[in-house]
Structure formats: structure tokens, C-alpha cells
Design a protein around this ligand. Structure first.
Ligand SMILES: [Mn+2]
Length: 318
């Protein structure tokens, strides 16, 4: 099945010259890695390929090959023959209406519940990252991997598997990464750029956030919060809170970690991480958000106390 989907995608690529490649906003390493990998490979094939992400590329991902030409606006762009939407789940997560810009869309994703908005929808929940699906497409095309493309795919895998810690770290994840290390990618160089280059504000913000740590009486739920006041105190922004949600989860006995991040006077983004038993994707959807079984999020209105109350009652926390 996947084979013929790839064939369909390759036919679309062959027939197109001007190709847009994009992914979801607030991009993670997979969104950016798969976007840049596919864009670079299409350029190597002689295509006029443009990488786009409304939120652009921020630290620590700006070392990725191709980062310098990623566009953050489509204003003034002529229509594209083809648009790839990667890792998005829903078309609206791209943040811009692509319909006026692209004659046809191809949806490549590994999220469960991904919408079927493309002329081809290559959706594979078993893929550890969208980056490995891009790898499969290039392999079927017989396009040899350049070091630049391989670096982007390697980062996509590392990012979505939590450096091979999550249950999606399957043989394809390890095999693809092994191939890339074999090509000359330096594991420590990439890891140090991703994980050991944090700005000092992030650690200052984490210090303040850890002061808000709560643990439910049953010991299965823990949370952290970051408020607008904290952002101001350390001249920090939302980008500095990446990974905060993982700290409460690391507590022994905790099954679900909750991270509250204030985005406006009376609005919080709530991120959920589950160790597996509890489906936080379903929980987030009840709150109007979305995500996976193990990782999800929603936006909830209210002050911190109200938002906490809404979330804890949904979770049935005593
Ligand atoms: Mn992904």
C-alpha cells in the first residue's frame, strides 16, 4: 500500500517544477527536519522548491542545513504546482490557507487522526517521524542522500523519538539513524547542538517554573506552570519552555504530566504528557485541542486557578 502511495507521490513530483514544502506551526525537530530534508532533496533533483514555516526556525534548529532559506511568509509567491504538508495532522495547523498558493497538496504524516486533505495522503502511524517517510520517498526515487539531507532526517528522528527513548523508536528509527551515522554524521555534534546549547533564560525560567510544581495526592499527576510575569522577569518567551512538560513526568509514580503556559491575560496553553496508560490525546480533544495518546495539548480560558480546576476535574484528580 505504502509502495503505491510513494509511486503516486513520485509521479506528482515528476510532473511539478515549483514545489512548496511546509509543516505545522510551532515546529519541532521533525517538522523542520522533514521540511528541509525534502526541500533540499527536491532542489538536488533540479526542482524549484521552497521551504516555508509561518513560525520560522528558531534555536536550537537554526544549524540545520537549508535553515537560511526557509521562508516565513508566502506573500507575493506565484502559485506552486505542488505543495507538501508534512507532520501537520490538520491542514489548519500550517497557519496559512495554502489553497490559493498550491494547485495540489500532498499530505505526509505520522499523526493518528490525520486529515485526508491531500490528493495523495501518505499517513503512517507506525513511522517514528515524518522524516523517515521522507527518507522512504527518496529511497524509492533512487535519490542518493546528501549529508545535508541526512542531517535533517537524523534530527527529525532524534527529535520525535526523544533521542530513541520513546516507544516509537522502532527498528526503522535505529536503522535509518545508523545509516546516517555511517555516512559521517557526528552524533555528539548534533546532540550538543540540540541539547547543550540552551540560552540562560531557559534555565532561569525553569527555576521559577519548578517552584510551581504540584503533585496530586494519589501521586499520578504532576504539573508545572509558567506565567506571563515569569516570561517578563527573565525576558524569556514560549520557545524557552520547550521540554518543561517532561520534568513533572520524570517523577517516580507520575503517569501524567501537565504544563500550563500563559499566553494571554486569561488564557493558558495546557500541554499533557502520559507515560502510556492514560490517553491524553482524548483528554485534549475533550478540551478542544488535539494530539497523540502520549502527548497532546489544548488552550483553556481562565486564570491559572480556574484552568487548573478545569483540567484536574477532567482528569478526575482527587
Ligand atoms: Mn512528527
Amino acid at each position: 500500500m505504502a509502495e503505491s502511495l510513494i509511486r503516486k507521490i513520485l509521479k506528482k513530483i515528476d510532473a511539478a517544477q515549483r514545489i512548496l514544502v511546509t509543516a505545522h506551526t510551532s515546529p519541532d525537530g521533525d517538522a523542520l527536519g522533514s521540511t528541509l530534508a525534502l526541500t533540499l532533496a527536491l532542489r538536488e533533483m533540479g526542482k524549484d522548491a521552497i521551504a516555508f514555516n509561518l513560525d520560522g526556525i528558531t534555536s536550537p534548529f537554526n544549524f540545520l542545513p537549508g535553515a537560511e532559506f526557509l521562508l516565513t511568509s508566502l506573500d507575493g509567491q506565484h502559485p506552486f504546482d505542488l505543495g507538501f504538508v508534512l507532520d501537520a495532522g490538520e491542514l489548519k495547523r500550517v497557519g496559512v490557507d495554502l489553497i490559493p498558493y498550491c494547485r495540489e497538496l500532498i499530505n505526509v504524516d505520522h499523526h493518528p487522526y490525520s486529515e485526508q486533505f491531500g490528493v495523495v495522503n501518505y499517513l503512517d502511524e507506525t513511522a517514528c517521524a515524518t522524516g523517515v517517510i521522507v527518507r522512504r520517498i527518496l529511497q524509492e526515487k533512487g535519490h542518493p542522500l546528501s549529508l545535508s539531507v541526512a542531517t535533517c532526517i537524523y534530527v527529525a528522528i532524534l527529535s520525535d523519538t526523544g533521542s530513541f527513548r520513546y516507544s516509537n523508536a522502532n527498528p526503522e528509527a535505529f536503522n535509518t539513524a545508523a545509516e546516517m551515522i555511517g555516512m559521517g554524521i557526528d552524533a555528539w555534534d548534533v546532540a550538543s547542538r540540540l541539547y547543550e546549547t540552551q540560552p540562560v533564560q531557559r534555565l532561569q525560567l525553569l527555576g521559577a517554573a519548578l517552584q510551581t510544581l504540584t503533585l496530586s495526592r494519589c501521586g499520578r499527576f504532576a504539573s508545572l506552570a509558567v506565567t506571563s510575569e515569569m516570561f517578563q522577569r527573565f525576558s524569556a518567551d514560549a520557545g524557552h519552555t520547550d521540554g518543561f512538560v517532561n520534568y513533572p513526568r520524570s517523577i517516580e509514580g507520575v503517569e501524567v504530566s501537565i504544563f500550563f503556559r500563559q499566553t494571554a491575560e486569561n488564557t493558558f496553553k495546557v500541554g499533557f504528557r502520559s507515560k502510556g496508560k492514560i490517553d491524553v490525546g482524548a483528554l485534549a480533544r475533550e478540551l478542544g485541542g488535539g494530539g497523540h495518546h502520549n502527548a497532546s495539548g489544548a488552550t483553556v480560558e481562565g486564570d491559572l486557578q480556574q484552568v487548573r480546576a478545569i483540567v484536574t476535574s477532567r482528569l478526575g484528580i482527587a
